[in-house]
Ligand binder design. Structure first.
Ligand SMILES: [Fe+2]
Ligand SMILES: [Fe+2]
Length: 238
């Protein structure tokens, strides 16, 4: 099938270098990624030939991203998500809490939406912190042990939660909540358009919010679209 006719979610899974291109063009490859690339380009008025050219270029300039996570060991993907996505999520949320409080104190008069933005940052923190803790302490070690058992030809390890599909459904529902909070922040900030005459802290807040949204989309994509389906397959095979 031609690239243009493929769903962007599948392109993001098979060609990891495509993720940066989708981010640059504001294409949702995560929760809204179950649409053909050509359809998304038409809906968002993006040039399809330009995207196709950038996707081809990305594969040449980022050879380290050529191998998809679908073929690397699951343990390596777990390690990457914990070391890169989880660690950065914690540090960036701490920065966002400090920046949003500072902006609220200085600018709440002219920009009342900052109160809700600060509350949403806190809500995301309260939702994602125990979520990542649950992944790191319970589910991810189980995924790794499933892979090891499979490689050694042993039966699947026992778990207190039964099938992996139950906790995975909970984690995916929690991803949706975080995604909805981020979408609301995007709406409140008018797609992160910096208001006129604002201070460097305001600028830093918006830049950090943009980066955090990208990080979260990548994080959720790697779990929902790659790690969880692989864990389910291993569980069902064992
Ligand atoms: Fe995670
Ligand atoms: Fe997660």
């Amino acid at each position: 099938m031609q690239t243009a006719a493929r769903e962007v979610r599948d392109l993001a899974i098979e060609q990891p270098s495509s993720v940066r291109i989708f981010e640059r063009f504001g294409i949702d490859y995560c929760c809204g990624g179950r649409k053909p690339l050509e359809q998304i380009c038409a809906e968002q008025q993006i040039s399809l030939p330009q995207i196709l050219e950038k996707l081809a270029e990305a594969q040449l300039v980022a050879p380290e991203l050529a191998e998809p996570w679908t073929t690397r060991p699951l343990a390596e993907l777990v390690d990457y998500v914990v070391q890169e996505c989880h660690a950065t999520t914690c540090s960036e949320l701490a920065r966002l809490a400090a920046l949003s409080a500072k902006v609220r104190i200085r600018h709440v008069g002219g920009h009342p939406e900052i109160v809700e933005i600060e509350a949403l940052v806190k809500q995301i923190t309260d939702e994602i912190t125990p979520h990542m803790d649950k992944e790191e302490r319970v589910l991810f070690p189980y995924f790794v042990s499933l892979e090891k058992a499979h490689q050694s030809g042993l039966p699947k390890p026992c778990s207190f939660f039964g099938s992996v599909t139950t906790p995975i459904a909970t984690l995916m529902a929690e991803h949706e909540l975080v995604g909805a909070a981020l979408a609301r922040i995007r709406e409140l900030t008018k797609n992160f358009e910096l208001p006129q005459g604002t201070c460097p802290t305001y600028h830093a807040l918006y830049t950090t919010l943009v980066d955090f949204e990208r990080l979260t989309h990548r994080h959720v994509h790697l779990e929902n679209n790659v790690m969880f389906p692989r864990a389910v397959t291993l569980f069902e095979k064992a």
